[in-house]
Design a protein around this ligand. Structure first.
Ligand SMILES: Cc1cc2nc3c(=O)[nH]c(=O)nc-3n(C[C@H](O)[C@H](O)[C@H](O)COP(=O)(O)O)c2cc1C
Length: 428
């Protein structure tokens, strides 16, 4: 049993899907009531239009930008570099910029819809460091991911606690990908004074900071807390509170994650092709039951196993249900070890709430963990999910995140007592 369950309410247990729960509440919503997926600060804030020919602007823009606009009869949907459960996009990005030529030292909101930075706070002797790495100053960038949770809870109710964190992890993955393309080193921090920062950034109970990514030169210097509070601006036009989510966020923000040594991953992708991959990444909406090569399958698994640059860490293990990998007997695997042989594609489709993508994939991966901090573990699962997307797409294999599955039945099928956090389907 994950150790956190002894210390605080079991948020995973409380948000499980079962055959019955999905029958009772299939999450139908009236699409016309969807909360806005874009946050806008008022017009009077100063803005910097992001110019993609400027490497700093391009680095920031590529963390979140819109890459495809799907047109429907009466509406359109803007899809982005980062995937999102139900395309509801609860995550926002803020970036503190210090010591970068031509840019005012300040905290900016990344206004994704208009591809610009909105200056929401000018720095003097204060800054985000005091909440995140006290006693230090970063010359460079501090990215914050936050979740405007109602965008997701509007549809997914309590289970959206999971999706907010998975989405946040994916967004960290998008930041890491942009950093890689722009030759910037990056480090993630999950354990810091999130609640004080939420209050000082004026988020009230409507938006919560989930993670931080730093990129730049670290100096020994005392920086003080923000001298002024940032005014509250709502990320959705209307809002309905969800106490379960607010409680789950606050309690897991107070708990430390496991710790390990900071190690950076070493990737060797052709950067132009990798940039194209980030730009073209999409979730597969259907697979054709075609096989993939073992070489590509192992490439994907190996890149997922590369280090994650953070000292706050929760271990994730991967189980694979192999349906169609050339030269591999179909069955359930843990790494290279075959646990049980058989063609489980129908079973996998069923476990993932009868989703054809999980049935027709070449492989469906399941991420399990015995975490201490659920919030961190879910974000690391999402981060790994983003790696699976990008590495698969890089090698011409399609992919989709799968957040919806029957929890207990899946856990039983995998023969694990660890919590099943997330699934990914890959194939052609
Ligand atoms: C956490 C998470 C869970 C998801 N779960 C599912 C799922 O259960 N079924 C599915 O078809 N797609 C799922 N998706 C894919 C989203 O529907 C997709 O990301 C979104 O529609 C945006 O499209 P794009 O990824 O092509 O940009 C999931 C994505 C994420 C990030």
């Amino acid at each position: 049993m994950p150790q956190s369950k002894l210390l605080q309410p079991d948020y995973h247990q409380a948000t499980k899907h079962s055959y019955l729960s999905v029958q009772i509440d299939p999450n139908y919503v009236d699409a016309s009531t969807q909360p806005s997926a874009f946050k806008l600060y008022p017009k009077f804030y100063r803005r910097v239009k992001l110019n993609l020919n400027n490497p700093v602007h391009s680095f920031i823009s590529l963390t979140s930008t819109v890459t495809l606009e799907k047109m429907y009869k009466e509406s359109s949907q803007k899809l982005r570099v980062n995937p999102s459960a139900g395309a509801l996009y609860p995550t926002e990005v803020y970036v503190q910029i210090r010591g970068i030529q031509g840019i005012v030292n300040g905290i900016y909101h990344l206004e994704v819809e208009n591809n610009c930075l909105t200056l929401i706070y000018e720095l003097i002797d204060d800054g985000l460091e005091s909440y995140i790495i006290p006693g230090k100053s970063i010359n460079g960038f501090i990215f914050l991911i936050s979740c405007v949770y109602y965008r997701s809870s509007w549809k997914y109710k309590d289970r959206s606690l999971r999706y907010c964190w998975l989405d946040s992890g994916h967004h960290l993955g998008a930041i890491a990908a942009s950093a890689y393309i722009h030759d910037q080193e990056i480090q993630f921090i999950f354990d810091f004074d999130k609640l004080a920062l939420n209050a000082d950034l004026g988020f009230e109970n409507k938006e919560f900071i989930s993670a931080c990514a730093i990129s730049g030169e670290v100096q020994e210097k005392k920086i003080r807390h923000l001298r002024l509070k940032v005014p509250f601006v709502c990320g959705t036009a209307y809002f309905e509170a969800n106490e379960f989510i607010e409680d789950g966020y606050q309690k897991t923000s107070l708990l430390k994650s496991r710790q390990h040594k900071l190690v950076h991953p070493q990737f060797n992708f052709d950067k132009d092709k990798f940039f194209q991959t980030v730009w073209m990444r999409r979730s597969s909406r259907r697979f054709h039951k075609q096989s993939i090569s073992q070489e590509n399958y192992w490439r994907i698994l190996q890149s997922v196993e590369q280090p994650i640059p953070t000292v706050n860490f929760e271990e994730i293990q991967i189980y694979s249900i192999v349906h169609e990998v050339r030269g591999m007997p179909p069955g359930l695997y843990k790494g290279k070890h075959l646990i049980k042989a058989g063609n489980f594609s129908e079973k996998t489709g069923y476990l993932c709430i009868n989703q054809a993508i999980a049935r027709d994939s070449a492989v469906t991966l399941f991420f399990v963990s015995d975490y201490i901090n659920y919030q961190t573990a879910m974000q690391i699962a999402g981060f790994l999910g983003q790696r699976v997307y990008l590495v698969s797409n890089f090698w011409g294999i399609h992919c989709s995140g799968v957040g919806a599955f029957y929890d207990d039945e899946t856990q039983e099928f995998l023969e694990t007592n660890k919590d099943v956090l997330y699934a990914m389907a890959i194939g052609i």
